[in-house]
Design a protein around this ligand. Structure first.
Ligand SMILES: [Zn+2]
Length: 122
């Protein structure tokens, strides 16, 4: 009779142990969001804190992403159009001469939505 009780307790404990072990294994699996982002971005996203991020930290993460090879910033500094989200392949350079002012205005704009990305004067 004692052996039967010990057997029941031991099997209950083994069942609990394996179910807990399986639960822990499943909880460390890749999170859902990680399936939707490129592999190079996962370590960068995991570095993001839960609290608001400082500008300096954002710049560090931006540089980390460049060094990881995940992004290649356009000469304008943008990766995508801030207005319509078009890729940098849609960016075009523009320039307008203003001889009366002795100036040359130039910059980049998005060819998809015509948003002006940068503007400089020489
Ligand atoms: Zn755009």
């Amino acid at each position: 009779m004692i052996n039967l009780l010990i057997g029941i307790v031991a099997s209950a404990f083994a069942s609990w142990f394996f179910s807990r072990w399986y639960y822990r294994q499943s909880s460390v699996e890749t999170p859902e969001w990680a399936n939707k982002v490129p592999a190079w971005a996962i370590p960068l996203i995991q570095k993001l804190p839960d609290a608001p991020v400082s500008i300096e930290r954002l710049i560090d993460l931006y540089h980390d992403a460049i060094q990881a090879g995940g992004i290649q910033p356009h000469p304008s500094g943008f990766i995508k159009c801030p207005e319509c989200g078009a890729g940098a392949d849609k960016f075009v350079a523009w320039q307008v001469a203003a001889p009366e002012l002795g100036s040359l205005f130039h910059g980049y704009k998005c060819s998809e939505c015509n948003c002006e990305l940068t503007a400089d004067e020489d």
